[in-house]
Design a protein around this ligand. Structure first.
Ligand code: ADP
Ligand code: MG
Length: 656
């Protein structure tokens, strides 16, 4: 599996945003009616706490439609989680603002907080980049453990992973492991049972599933729509009539692919959907107007059972009737029993209601795998690319291009605010990642301007200690608490005028990383090194000392900026071939120091008289992932021009 999990990253002391799927059923008195989804995520939460992470949980509950619906608060869920963890979990009602920041900043290793129902936010289901960035801004690492929501590209399942290093949780890992086996090598015959109420949601995957299964058994509202398509009248039954053309083509495709499609022969119909309703068993061609199909009939049950007896693999999603009502539950229960009775077969059940039905019968122990997901499991088994997984994989493989703007010792408060504000207003793309480095006194104002935007703020330097008697210095923790996400260390000007030497740069880098900041490590040779032919050696040495100690560098949070000192501020950029040679040497050295996997993910930026015109030439180089801009970053137009140049380059190379 080419995914990283929580076990592959170092989380100690870091804020970790964990997307869980705690969309649990609530009882009438607002208690959690079934806590299995909460229990299923405990291994990940406990693991992170044991490692000393600060855990920020996010989940949705129900479909509040982007506004606060008091009945859908996560309060009962948080209550149950607190009991299970035997610890207080605090529910945070807002996502932005000083109060949240303060609560999050105050967290200690092992603490757990929960953000209120993420679907109260209008941007969640639309995957609004603003919300994704706000979420990303709360943490250093993103963990997705919400397999049940993995088929949705929402801000908390997808967008956020574009802005943070992302890995899977343990539950997600286990689900993927089991379901991959089923998807790629099922023992035949392979029979899938599909039912339930989410008809249009399930039809798309139903078609793809035809490529995998030998037989498809239908029930529930899904089967009603098939019956209607075949010309039977279905009375008042739940159907989605607009799906008929889709259903027709699925039936044709099943024929072509020789998949045995099993549909109800007889059904239970009811006058109304209520416990004491009058019911009848009728043939499928005999449903009278005014009646509703509420379950499959006995002949159908017998037929389906026979089919299941032949199976060596069974996947089931969606109840076959309205099983919540006693009188309409027989079909679902009988089928559940026959799935459970298939000792020899590999049996998997997924879906909120389907799983509930099996649990009610007390036979879940006889099922090989009970998935926490319905729609997502179905989509995965059908061979779809789940957005939430896709984005995690992509984030791992790709080095997101990067542009830094180092303002050096320039601007006064008003200008700094204006510059940040203008850049923020003009830059709204996830790629390249854009980071501004204002002078220390303006970091906080800049982070305010950039809050929720595509722009990130960093400090130009940081001290190697967290605090203490170091007059005039600024620590990484201070930067962090002012809202910065980056620190620049080892800039040539700090080396030249402030006495930074390689060992000190190493300590500053460690301090930045320990504080949870991303770090830009600047390296580069003097003109004299180059004249003596020692530029390669000099840069290798800088890297070896800065990264040589067994430090722990989350590769995606490290940027190495190569700045040949003779090209900075001189208007004379280094030759493209020189930059090619030096950046490839840097990548090589990173491999030696960090291992090939990590070195692949570190971004290398070139710095030195870059402008909108020449940026493309540097970006063309295989080991250049971005640029660190000096003087030109003080003018909105030229800086945004460079960012746009990098973006154009990215887009055009993506088309190849
Ligand atoms: P799952 O949660 O297992 O993925 P769905 O959410 O798609 O399944 O559907 C579950 C719901 O389908 C149940 O609440 C059940 O009452 C309903 N259902 C099953 N059969 C019918 C039917 N014939 N008519 C209306 N609703 C049905
Ligand atoms: Mg459901």
């Amino acid at each position: 599996m080419d995914f990283l999990t929580v076990k592959d990253v170092s989380v100690a002391g870091r804020h970790v945003l964990v997307r869980v799927d705690f969309n649990v059923p609530l009882s009438d008195d607002d208690e959690v009616a079934d806590d299995s989804r909460i229990r299923a995520a405990l291994p990940t939460i406990e693991f992170l706490r044991d490692q000393g992470a600060k855990v920020i949980l996010v989940s949705h509950l129900g479909r509040p439609g982007g506004r606060k619906v008091p009945d859908l608060t996560l309060r009962p869920v948080v209550g149950r989680l607190s009991e299970l963890l035997d610890d207080d979990v605090c529910l945070i009602s807002e996502i932005t603002g000083a109060e949240v920041r303060a609560k999050i900043d105050d967290m200690q290793a092992g603490d757990v907080v929960f953000l209120e129902n993420i679907r109260f936010q209008p941007g969640e289901t639309e995957n609004d980049p603003r919300l994704a960035r706000q979420l990303a801004g709360l943490a250093d690492i993103y963990v997705n453990d919400a397999f049940g929501a993995a088929h949705r590209a929402h801000a908390s399942t997808y967008g956020v992973a574009e802005y943070l290093p992302g890995v899977m949780g343990l539950l997600m890992e286990e689900e993927i492991r089991v379901l991959t086996g089923l998807r790629d090598g099922p023992r035949r015959p392979y029979v899938a049972i599909l039912g339930g109420a989410k008809i249009s949601d399930k039809l798309g995957v139903c078609r793809r599933l035809l490529n995998k299964v030998d037989a498809l058994i239908l029930g529930g509202g899904l089967a009603n729509t098939f019956s209607l398509c075949l010309g039977y009248s279905v009375g008042n039954s739940l159907v989605e009539a607009e799906m008929i053309p889709e259903v027709r083509s699925i039936i044709a495709e099943a024929n072509r692919k020789d998949v045995d499609l099993l549909m109800p022969l007889d059904v239970v119909v009811a006058k109304n959907i209520a416990p004491s309703a009058e019911t009848r068993v009728v043939d499928i061609n005999d449903v009278s107007p005014g009646w509703s199909i509420v379950d499959i009939g006995p002949r159908t049950i017998a037929r389906y059972r026979d089919k299941l007896r032949e199976a060596n693999t069974v996947f089931w999603n969606g109840p076959l009737g309205i099983f919540e009502i006693r009188d309409f539950a027989r079909g679902t229960e009988e089928i559940a029993r026959s799935v459970a009775a298939q000792d020899e077969a590999n049996t998997v059940i997924g879906g909120g209601e389907s799983v509930e039905a099996v649990k009610n019968l007390g036979i879940s122990g006889q099922i090989d795998h009970i998935s926490t997901a319905g729609g997502a499991a179905l989509a995965f088994l059908a061979g779809e690319d789940l957005p939430a997984l896709h984005v995690l994989q992509r984030a791992e493989r790709v080095r997101v291009p990067w542009v830094g703007g180092n303002w050096k010792m320039n601007t006064k408060l008003k200008e700094a605010r204006k510059l940040a504000c203008e850049i923020v207003a003009r830059w709204d793309h996830a790629e390249p990642e854009v980071v501004l480095f204002p002078p220390h006194p303006f970091v906080q104002q800049a982070t305010e301007e950039a809050s929720g935007s595509a722009v990130t703020i960093g400090g130009q330097d940081c001290h190697w200690e967290d605090s203490g008697a170091y007059t005039g210095s600024v620590s990484a923790l201070m930067l962090r608490s002012a809202g910065a996400r980056y620190a620049l260390v080892g800039h040539s000007e700090c080396r030249e005028y402030l006495g930074d030497y390689d060992e000190r740069v190493r300590d500053k880098l460690s301090a930045a990383v320990d504080a949870g900041l991303s770090a830009v490590l600047c390296v580069g040779e003097q003109l004299s090194d180059r004249d003596r032919g020692q530029h390669r050696q000099r840069v290798r040495e800088q890297l070896q000392i800065a990264l040589g100690e067994p430090g722990d560098y989350p590769a995606r949070k490290l940027v190495v900026a190569y700045e040949p000192v003779w090209a900075i501020g001189t208007g004379r950029p280094a030759g493209v071939e020189d930059v090619r040679e030096m950046t490839s040497l840097i990548r090589e050295e990173l491999e030696q120091l960090l291992g090939a996997g990590a070195a692949e993910r570190v971004r290398i930026a070139y710095g030195g008289s870059v402008n909108a015109e020449n940026v493309g030439e540097f970006m063309d180089l295989p080991d250049v992932d971005g640029v660190l801009v000096g003087g030109a970053s003080l003018r909105t137009k030229s800086f945004v021009g460079i960012c746009a140049g990098v973006r154009d380059h990215v887009l055009s190379s993506g088309e190849e």
